[in-house]
Design a protein around this ligand. Structure first.
Ligand code: NDP
Ligand code: KAL
Length: 257
């Protein structure tokens, strides 16, 4: 237990189950004293989340529905959060989506619809959410999103998602400039492979995991708790001088060839 986020109201988007990166983040933020607000898309995720919160004796401030494909849904969600908690001090964006059949084979075969879908949910959503949440971030604070190395390099199969993450990382920089004048910082964590619901069944995931143990400087897997603590750092005053940054939490894998 620490007090890095004591009495801070933080919105967490993207808990689907107990393997979600956003759940690792939840535990870190809760242990730092944050008041937590959650958004979910599928009813199944809401049910899982509420069970997990109960089991871990975490009392949420609020749980609201938010489909990031839909501007009205985003507006409604943040209005409800603002009405309930007043000031928001932080936001965790941990959502992404692409069609499975576009996450293999040639990137050149990506369809227009598939490209736009990945960009819409995985990248534009950060822009739309920042626009809404900043209205309630009247005391400054932090926004943190989740990205992956496939934004910077060609990682087989990551394909359309790599291009969406590249746009997401560029958005982190442009948004950081916009909201910096209001004392709001925008950063990303670039995590190594973690076995989650999204990662399940996507081609090449197991190989990507095993290479971390062989090649990364720390020679061990990355887990949700490591990403949680790095996200906590970025949301806290310890990172008050950091914005527009992509922080790799990948056992150092990105520095080796
Ligand atoms: P999860 O499957 O646990 O989480 C993905 C989340 O995205 C789900 O909660 C899902 O909600 C949500 N989501 C998808 N579409 C929408 C939408 N239209 N509106 C709102 N929410 C939506 O996987 P992860 O924890 O792995 O993924 C979280 C983030 O971490 C993603 O950005 C991912 O790219 C990133 N990441 C993951 C890595 C990994 O190895 N796992 C590595 C690096 C980055 P619902 O289920 O309710 O639809
Ligand atoms: C090179 C890697 C191997 C895997 C390649 C692509 C991974 C893409 C991630 C993307 C988020 C996966 C999906 O969108 C899956 C989706 O099509 C099907 N799944 C679902 O609908 C489930 C039920 C819901 C909960 O999922 C979502 N997203 O809503 C990349 C690896 C090494 C690292 C990873 C997994 C990175 C990442 O971004 O997740």
């Amino acid at each position: 237990m620490n007090a890095l986020l004591k009495d801070r109201n933080i919105v967490v988007m993207g808990v689907a189950n107990n393997r979600s990166i956003a759940w690792g983040i939840t535990k870190s933020l809760y242990n730092a004293g944050a008041n937590l607000i959650f958004t979910y898309r599928q009813e199944r995720s809401r049910q899982k989340l509420e069970k997990m919160l109960e089991k871990n004796e975490i009392e949420p401030q609020l749980v609201v529905s938010c489909d990031v494909e839909d501007d009205d849904s985003i507006k409604r969600a943040f209005q409800e959060v603002g009405d309930n908690v007043g000031t928001i001090h932080g936001l965790v964006h941990s959502v992404a989506f692409a069609n499975t059949d576009e996450l293999k084979g040639d990137y050149a075969d990506t369809s227009r619809d598939g490209y736009l879908l990945a960009q819409n949910i995985s990248s534009y959503s950060l822009v739309a959410v920042t626009r809404e949440v900043r209205k309630y971030m009247t005391e400054g604070g932090g926004i943190v999103t989740q990205t992956y190395l496939g934004a910077e390099r060609v990682v087989p199969n990551y394909n359309v998602m790599g291009v969406a993450k590249a746009a997401l990382e560029a958005s982190v920089r442009y948004l950081a400039e916009d909201v910096g004048k209001d004392g709001i910082r925008v950063n990303a964590v670039s995590a190594g492979p973690i076995r989650t619901l999204s990662a399940k069944g996507v081609a090449g995931f197991n190989e990507k995991m095993s290479v971390i143990e062989e090649k990364a400087p720390l020679r061990r897997q990355v887990d949700q708790d490591q990403v949680g603590d790095a996200t906590l750092f970025l949301l806290s005053e310890l990172a008050r001088g950091v914005t527009g940054e992509v922080l790799h939490v990948d056992s150092g894998f990105h520095i080796v060839t």
